[in-house]
Design a protein around this ligand. Structure first.
Ligand code: AGP
Length: 614
């Protein structure tokens, strides 16, 4: 998704913008640009259909400096990738510069209106129409903030906008509409900032404010004013973020993805800290805002999410239905938002989202709110839109996840859903004290077990290097291992670009068997448990048809290793925890396959870390 950075203050804006844009590269982009209000009173725009380092070179060749500027990395939605379509876009007279994240659904109608009004639009983007609407409003005597407010009222679709004007020096206005990606305002000592992502602001301050939909921020060197959608000045609480800039540093790792895989043992412990009492086998989840009566009245639980978060939601549904005995299902948010679901005040809708900004997930939450469902967000980013829409939020505490491919967030999310399921079960009386104590004490094995798996990464690396010639992979699992299989396949797809399918192993006879061949190795999740022997049958079917099998088993398994070609061992654990453990070798398999194929695991092609448009 597009990245936005803006600064105004007494420092030179350009290096701050470039550093900020570099920190947002992980979001995925195809072009970059800046607009600077120079000391000479001009508005200068530099942009390129290339990487931030190419923009850096353009800036270095120019002698452009100034104390106020806006910057952008573009993830193309409307208009091909070229310099003209990259941001910032400027008005006819070059007076107003704008950067944007989102989609203008009625842009063609607006472009027609603007052309009839004498405006010449140079790009084929939806964004450019906005800056000409602002220019038209400023020509009518409106201030920059009023001109943006009025222009935004003409737009259909969600968006975040940051704009500056030559004739209002030192001022930058930001605004958010709908469920578009967020804008975080950084209150810094030497001026003020705005960005689409906390990461760009952290090096300068941890005093931040997140804009809600319809709100504006007007920043100058010495002031920050917030306004609502009616243009009234409002107060906004400054949050002191507990994140640090160094947490966004790569350290000794070659990629953020590997760093974040390695962080899982420690981050899983943080998910449990203060929430799990291993002595008494009890949980403490004060973030859950529902009364015992409300919890006892829940008659269905719907978990919504996308991508990896959907896979976490699938595991969560199985956990909640198994422990709390409430009908529970996981729904793809982009489908759920359009299916007119049957919900009511006794429905618990759980939005599962790392960013808290995924457009489809937020839209699903809006639909749930319209039917008075109770809502809980299981989320990483505090202050994100999902945390402001839900009745309460269970923060997963994975820490800043820079790599596009989600790893530590999923592990922590499933641990949080596991704890939530026990919490619900305890209040509904569907879990004996012994069962609850056993389920809680199982969690103690996670940090050490994950650490021991990570220590075997060279084994997974060797297996990965034998997969690089393959064009298709099949991941099979049953029960908790089915969503794990889906997740293993997604990781391989999104960073190694190898076609991979995650399947419920029981599906084999219903069509998938036709695909078995030497060119499509099977990665089978077959840990100890009630479904183990079913998986043994599946493995025999694959082997009987000449397929290669890499099996992920529980240590000490003496059956599966005699059938398959390669074995990856997990620590002995329950089915649910085995599913969490299985994520680690699959993450590393995908990572080392990508590296062997000379792909960049942190910046997979065509993908963005947060999908703020549908
Ligand atoms: C997974 O590796 C991807 N990063 C992607 O599928 C992601 O999980 C999905 O876009 C949902 O994002 P969210 O958790 O921020 O809502």
């Amino acid at each position: 998704m597009c990245g936005i950075v803006a600064y105004t203050g007494s420092a030179d804006a350009t290096p701050i913008l470039l550093k900020g844009l570099k920190s947002l590269e992980y979001r995925g982009y195809d072009s970059a640009g800046v607009a600077i209000q120079t000391a000479l009173g001009t508005m200068e725009v530099l942009k390129t259909a290339g990487r931030v380092e190419e923009l850096d070179a353009l800036v270095a060749e120019s002698d452009i400096t100034g104390h106020t500027g806006i910057g952008h990395t573009r993830w193309a939605t409307h208009g091909v990738v070229n310099r003209q379509n990259s941001h910032p876009h400027v008005s006819c007279d070059g007076e107003v510069a704008l950067v944007h994240n989102g989609i203008v659904e009625n842009y063609l109608e607006l472009r027609t209106e603007l052309a009839a009004d004498g405006h010449t639009l140079l790009s084929d983007t939806d964004t450019e129409a906005i800056v000409h609407l602002i220019e038209m409003n400023m020509r009518a005597g409106q201030s920059l903030e009023d001109a943006l407010l009025r222009a935004a009222g003409r737009l259909k679709g969600a968006g975040t906008f940051v704009v500056s004007a030559r004739n209002e020096p030192g001022k930058i206005v930001g605004m958010r509409t709908g469920n578009a990606g967020g804008i975080v305002v950084g209150h810094i000592d030497d001026g003020n900032m705005m960005a689409s992502d906390l990461l760009a602001v952290l090096p300068y301050t941890n005093k931040v404010v997140y804009l809600d939909s319809g709100e504006q921020a007007i920043i100058t060197n010495a002031s920050v004013i917030y306004r609502n959608g009616d243009g009234d000045v409002i107060d906004k609480e400054i949050i002191i973020s507990d994140r640090s800039a160094e947490s966004a540093e790569l350290g000794a790792f070659p990629h953020f993805m590997l760093k974040e895989i390695h962080e899982q043992a420690e981050r899983v412990a943080s998910a449990m800290r203060g929430r799990v009492d291993f002595e008494t086998g009890s949980l403490n989840l004060p973030e859950i805002p529902f009364t015992d009566e409300q919890i006892r009245n829940f008659d269905q639980v719907v978990l919504v999410g996308m991508g990896t978060s959907l896979h976490s939601a699938m595991m969560g549904a199985t956990l909640i239905e198994s422990f709390a005995r409430i009908p529970a299902k996981a729904e793809n948010a982009s489908e759920f938002r359009y299916k007119n679901p049957v919900l009511n005040e006794n429905t618990l809708v759980i939005s599962v989202t790392q960013s808290g900004e995924t457009a489809d997930t937020l839209a699903a939450m809006e639909g749930a709110a319209a039917q008075n469902a109770k809502q809980l967000a299981v989320v990483e980013i505090d202050g994100s839109q999902a945390t402001r829409m839900a009745d309460g939020s269970l923060l997963v505490r994975a820490g800043l996840e820079v790599a596009v491919a989600s790893t530590k967030t999923m592990t922590n999310t499933v641990v949080c859903l596991y704890m939530l399921a026990i919490h619900l079960a305890s209040i509904r009386g569907t879990m004996s004290q012994e069962a609850r104590k056993a389920a809680v004490s199982d969690l103690a094995s996670l940090p050490g077990g994950i650490g021991s798996l990570i220590s075997q990464e060279q084994t997974y690396k060797a297996i990965a290097e034998r997969l690089v010639t393959r064009h298709h992979l099949l991941y099979l699992g049953r029960g908790f291992m089915f969503p794990a299989a889906m997740e293993g396949a997604l990781k391989m797809k999104e960073i190694a670009y190898i076609h991979a399918e995650g399947y419920a192993a029981g599906e084999m006879k219903h069509g998938v068997n036709a695909l078995i061949s030497e060119d499509m190795p099977t990665i089978a999740l077959a840990p100890a448990g009630p479904l183990h022997e079913k998986m043994v049958s599946n493995l025999n079917e694959v082997k009987a048809r000449g397929g290669q099998v890499i099996a992920i088993v529980t240590e000490g398994d003496e059956i599966v290793p005699s059938i398959v070609d390669e074995v990856i061992e997990l620590p002995a654990a329950s089915e649910a925890l085995s599913a969490i453990f299985s994520l680690v070798p699959m993450q590393l398999l995908a990572y080392y396959t990508a590296v062997a194929l000379k792909q960049d695991p942190d910046k997979p092609r065509n993908l963005a870390k947060t999908v703020t448009v549908e």
